[in-house]
Design a protein around this ligand. Structure first.
Ligand code: BG6
Length: 471
């Protein structure tokens, strides 16, 4: 076979990693922070609550120093809405502003680009009580919050992400502890997609406002995008894959980029009497928003087959990466060609390339990887260090595929895998670790909270130093 010459990573590529506020910060009600839905939810059995997490709130200086030691060029983190606006709207909590000013300034001190997610699974509890994203006012709540962020941090933050994994909020909201469906809701599917609609409009308006207030900043969405394969080349399976691709992926990016609903999804919602109601001006608002880039999280691909009638009526099921199915649309299928992590998520580096290529041809925008990574049961070895060759292997194979995709013509802005530091998983607690930095604590034992860079972090330092040449 003819050898392919790979294009290099761009010079200013953002090598870094990610966290989210509610999973890493702790100090969940400290210094005036209001409770979010994550603080009041029922904690999944056998896992830690979110009061302390990695205690990043008190360790941010040390943590960012360690990121600098690894040579990070970027750090993607989220701002907790309720640290800034404890009730979601109304009074600003200056202590919250101060905390993120400190985090941002600490990053800049080391030449690390702060990439800020505005909303990562942590709806203010006070707004949940007012109907959450189901309330049409939620659009203005979010835009007002966005304005406070731009005013407070826009002089230094150049890269913004709107809503983390809106598609997962919609598809598996209860599993990740968010998206509240009011009791007694008759048409749950319609309620879910009405909430989703408000998020889409809010996102669009926040992008417009960003461009107005911060002409030099760039903003984009951050959905979880997994290309969906058909289980076989049976035409019915191909239709099922198209259905799940539309429901899982393209709905979100078609709306963000083109300001329109994906027609497969719209038709399916119509069949179920679940089309969202547009408020006056929504259509225009969707059209007005234009992302500068696509931020996306990638963990693996999906595979589906046609529903043989066995998929139950209830929508979705599973978690972010393990789909259930939708009656008449698709049924999830274990891909026999792929290995799995210890937590049952498939591993598909080549699918990463395929996913990027597909987005490139659909949307023709630069792309920023905002998550990717391996959750594992890391342990401290007898020498006191954390040896995680499995993570190095996972990351190496995925980085290789980014380079393939760049060679294919995709414009890639950066790679920010999950996670910079060990933190609490969405529903698997502290035991499912992703970090380059190990934190000495377990689910129910807060340990010493000491940090150390794992083998993967030292390896990543070399990758960054060589701009992706030394893998
Ligand atoms: C993404 C989320 O879905 O995947 C993160 O944006 C999450 O918040 C990450 O932690 C890994 O998922 P999990 O369920 O293993 O924590």
């Amino acid at each position: 076979m003819k050898e392919r010459k790979l294009a290099p990573f761009p010079e200013d590529f953002f090598w870094g990693a990610s966290t989210s506020a509610y999973q890493v910060e702790g100090a969940s009600l400290e210094d005036g922070k209001g409770p979010s839905c994550q603080d009041v939810k029922e904690v999944p059995e056998g896992t830690s609550d979110l009061t302390v997490c990695a205690d990043h709130y008190h360790h941010y200086k040390e943590d960012i120093k360690l990121m600098a030691d690894m040579g990070f060029k970027s750090y993607r983190f989220s701002i907790a809405w309720t640290r800034i606006l404890p009730e979601g709207t109304g009074e600003i909590n200056q202590k919250g502003i101060e905390f993120y000013n400190n985090v941002i300034n600490e990053c800049l001190k080391y030449g690390i680009e702060p990439i800020v997610t505005m909303f990562h699974f942590d709806m203010p509890a006070a707004l949940d009580a007012r109907g959450s994203w189901g309330n049409p006012e939620s659009v203005e709540w979010f835009v007002n919050y966005a304005m406070v962020l731009y005013e407070s941090f826009g002089d230094r933050v150049k890269y913004w992400l709107t809503i983390n994994e809106q598609n997962m909020l919609t598809l598996v909201g209860p599993v990740i502890g968010t998206l509240t469906i009011p009791e007694g809701t008759e048409n749950v599917l319609k309620e879910i997609y009405q909430q989703n609609h408000h998020m889409l409009v809010a996102q669009s308006k926040a992008m417009v406002l960003c461009h107005e207030m911060l002409p030099n900043a760039k903003i984009g969405p951050a959905p979880n995008i997994s290309l969906v394969y058909p289980a076989t080349c049976k035409p019915e399976d191909v239709i099922a894959a198209q259905n799940f691709n539309a429901v899982r992926n393209w709905l979100y990016l078609d709306a963000a980029v083109y300001g329109r609903y994906n027609s497969i999804v719209w038709a399916w919602l119509k069949q179920n009497d679940a089309c969202p109601t547009f408020a006056p001006g929504d259509e225009e608002a969707l059209k007005n928003g234009h992302p500068d880039f696509i931020g996306f999280n990638y963990y693996n691909t999906g595979t589906v087959e046609a529903d043989d009638g066995s998929v139950e009526e209830s929508p979705f099921g599973g978690d972010q990466q393990n789909g259930g199915g939708v009656a008449g649309m698709y049924k999830s299928y274990r891909n026999p060609n792929l290995q799995q992590t210890e937590f049952g998520w498939e591993i598909d580096p080549v699918g990463f390339r395929a996913t990027i290529r597909e987005m490139d041809s659909r949307y023709d925008l630069p792309m920023l990887v905002t998550e990717n990574g391996l959750g594992a049961y890391d342990k401290v070895g007898e020498d006191g260090k954390v040896h995680d060759p499995y993570r190095i292997e996972y990351l190496r194979r995925h980085i290789e595929q980014i380079q393939e995709a760049i060679t294919d013509g995709a414009e890639m802005l950066g790679y920010n895998p999950w996670s910079a530091i060990d933190l609490i998983s969405t529903h698997e607690g502290m035991r499912k670790r992703y970090g380059f930095i190990y934190v000495d604590r377990e689910d129910f034992d807060l340990g010493t909270m000491e940090r150390q860079i794992k083998d993967s972090g030292w390896w990543y330092k070399k990758v960054i130093e060589s701009n992706g040449e030394d893998l």
